[in-house]
Design a binder for this molecule. Sequence first.
Ligand SMILES: NC(=O)c1ccc[n+]([C@@H]2O[C@H](COP(=O)([O-])OP(=O)(O)OC[C@H]3O[C@@H](n4cnc5c(N)ncnc54)[C@H](O)[C@@H]3O)[C@@H](O)[C@H]2O)c1
Length: 360
Amino acid sequence: MNAEEITEKYKVAVIGSGNWGSVAAKLIASNTLNYDIFHDEVRMWVFDETLPSGEKLSDAINQTNVNVKYLPGIELGKNVIADPDLDHAVRDANMLVFVTPHQFVEGVCKRLVGKLRGDVQVISLIKGMEFKVDGPCMISSVISKQLGACCCVLMGANIADEIAEEKFSEATIGYRENKEVAERWARLFATPYFSVTAIQDLEGVELCGTLKNVVAIAAGFVDGLEMGSNTKAAIIRIGLNEMRAFSKRLSPSVREDTFFESCGMADLIATCFGGRNRKVAEAFAIHGGQRPFDDLETEMLQGQKLQGVSTAREVYQVLESNRWFDSFPLFRTVHEICIGNKPPSAIVHYNDFRKAEDKI
Ligand SMILES: NC(=O)c1ccc[n+]([C@@H]2O[C@H](COP(=O)([O-])OP(=O)(O)OC[C@H]3O[C@@H](n4cnc5c(N)ncnc54)[C@H](O)[C@@H]3O)[C@@H](O)[C@H]2O)c1
């Protein structure tokens, strides 16, 4: 292969190296070796930290090929290079995978302005939203506005630790216009144990992935109160209904069938049974709402971040600014419980939910 052909290859950088970021890098690295259209090497930007051993996390990853803090015991692939220097990690990359917790995205984007290739394509694996003065803003919009680049999303029933062990799962890519770009992303991620479908509903896919974390908090309360399977199923049903209604009000183009893709019902079910949001919310309810989420997050997640509590706050702001409280009692109640205004048992005020559905 001559030098010219090599420069035509797509070069991938992963921005983020937490639990899901590391698994994403592993999936991608197996495909960059398999397909000639991609450069073999995958740069993974690490928000560096010092481990209890005194070693830097990025050095430990490069020496062991394992993210010892966020994904212990799993080899990432020798072609994954941990890089603590953001500018260096993205240099020459024309496929950027964003996978930091959502509260850090804006800061990372600001640091990248003016430093990227003109032809860069971006995909966001991030679940969450921002509430700005002029209303809610999805993470893909934050990224594309700041970087001036086209941004797809990948969401699904994807509990990272299970995919790391190569257990079968599915994911959905949402795109707005360019099917060819979406299919290239699908090629970068798909493996025999990770089945990826691309659909033309960027907003629907991203809203599903974001809102399900609020329902997972509700499911955790139900588990902590030992209310059983019927109650949990009811919460999931009510939650899905509110997810759908909320998504359509924010973005009328959202497609009905998106809720039946991996990013919809499947992710909702997985998150309400596994996943960190459910787990920490369960502990919150067991403690009768007396221990704040921040404390539980620090104690239970060892540096990993909760998304559901902050998303519930952002969703609440949207409800408040639009006077939509009556139509979304589950979303509203989750936030009120999280901030201590209601007890965890308030999650099952069934009559309110039925009355709201009449209004949706
Ligand atoms: N873990 C999962 O199973 C999973 C599955 C699907 C989607 N997601 C989504 O992926 C996104 C990333 O989650 P994750 O699981 O990879 O991360 P994580 O919660 O496991 O780890 C937190 C990460 O944030 C980094 N960090 C801490 N402070 C930072 C700062 N100031 N600036 C930048 N980075 C900082 C840490 O270094 C670490 O890499 C989230 O939006 C999450 O909802 C996670």
